[in-house]
Design a protein around this ligand. Sequence first.
Ligand code: FES
Length: 108
Amino acid sequence: MYAIFRLEPWVSGALPSLHAEADEEKLLSESRISITVNDRPVQVANGTNVAVAVLMSGDSCRVSVEGEARAPLCGMGICMECRVTIDGVSQQRSCQLLCAPGMHVVTG
Ligand code: FES
């Protein structure tokens, strides 16, 4: 005697795929973009804002008039501590902008 099982779509979708690891790597590589921060390449996930990319690079966003390194403070576009130059346009609030492929960010 044989038992015949039919998996409902929601059950079969929950089962691990034999290709799950390869699919995950493909998704991750497709979702990453490359920008430069002070002429150094930085790889970030698609949807990352520029302030995070600058922090990932290890650089500060700018230097105060007294020579102190400054970094994002409010993260919502008010404090202006995260200003950088993006693709030649100065005084951009990096916390308010998403990274785009090939973007050139200059801090300081
Ligand atoms: S972190 Fe305050 S304006 Fe960007």
